[in-house]
Write a protein that binds this ligand. Structure first.
Ligand code: SF4
Length: 149
């Protein structure tokens, strides 16, 4: 499949660039479909509104963002995602989404470095999606500058 190939190639190219950024310049971008469909918290306004109840991966992503001090936003659509990646303060991006959204996101982010992480869709497309937190953490760590390591 072209989309999977494109994402693999794009991630490999980003890795080869060996870009390292400070935490405040790394954006973790999440799709709104990751939020549990029964949750009333307005995480799109601010992920701080997530109560980390454990019903979806948004709470895990909030914890990861806090652990590494990176900015994390939950977006409901492509336009907001593009606005976020084009902010001057965003120097690199870890994006979680389905393959179709990731391809569009990678193209919109260029030339900034981006690592794309596929979501999983146990309930079908666009609803109660999930992601492997270890994969996201690995992507975050690979783009962060750690002067103490
Ligand atoms: S982890 Fe956060 S976003 Fe997910 S259901 Fe709980 S409060 Fe809502």
């Amino acid at each position: 499949m072209f989309k999977e190939w494109f994402i693999r190639k794009s991630n490999a190219l980003t890795a080869r660039r060996r870009v390292k950024v400070a935490p405040e310049h790394l954006l973790l971008l999440l799709p709104h479909c990751m939020q549990w469909s029964g949750c009333a918290q307005n995480v799109r306004e601010d992920i701080a509104n997530c109560k980390q109840c454990g019903k979806c991966r948004v709470g895990d992503m909030k914890a990861l963002a806090a652990k590494y001090g990176v900015r994390c936003v939950v977006v409901g659509g492509g336009r907001r995602a593009v606005e976020e990646v084009r902010r001057e303060s965003t120097h690199a991006v870890v994006a979680v989404a389905c393959e179709k959204e990731l391809v569009a996101g990678v193209l919109a982010t260029l030339p900034k470095p981006v690592l794309a992480v596929n979501n999983t869709r146990p309930c079908g497309a666009c609803r109660d999606t999930s992601v492997d937190p270890d994969e996201v953490e690995k992507a975050i760590r690979s783009l962060l500058f750690f002067p103490f390591l």
